[in-house]
Write a protein that binds this ligand. Structure first.
Ligand code: FES
Length: 64
């Protein structure tokens, strides 16, 4: 699904960025320009970002 309609950024794009090392909204902004127009996507983008970071953290705990 599209998270940022203004910049055509999907949740898959955000998840891929997190897998590539993005950990902050600033990193997503730098890569996708999320939130640079209307800003309505910021809360949803942050939710997707946080959920993906939690998934990664949970995976790392299981490995360790
Ligand atoms: S929906 Fe992301 S800036 Fe408008």
């Amino acid at each position: 699904m599209y998270v940022c309609i203004c910049n055509q950024v999907s949740d898959k794009d955000i998840k891929a960025s997190v897998q590539d090392g993005a950990t902050t909204m600033r990193a997503l902004y730098q890569e996708h320009k999320i939130g640079n127009q209307c800003g309505k996507c910021c809360q949803c983008a942050k939710k997707v970002l946080n959920n993906e970071l939690i998934k990664i953290a949970a995976t790392q705990v299981q490995v360790a």
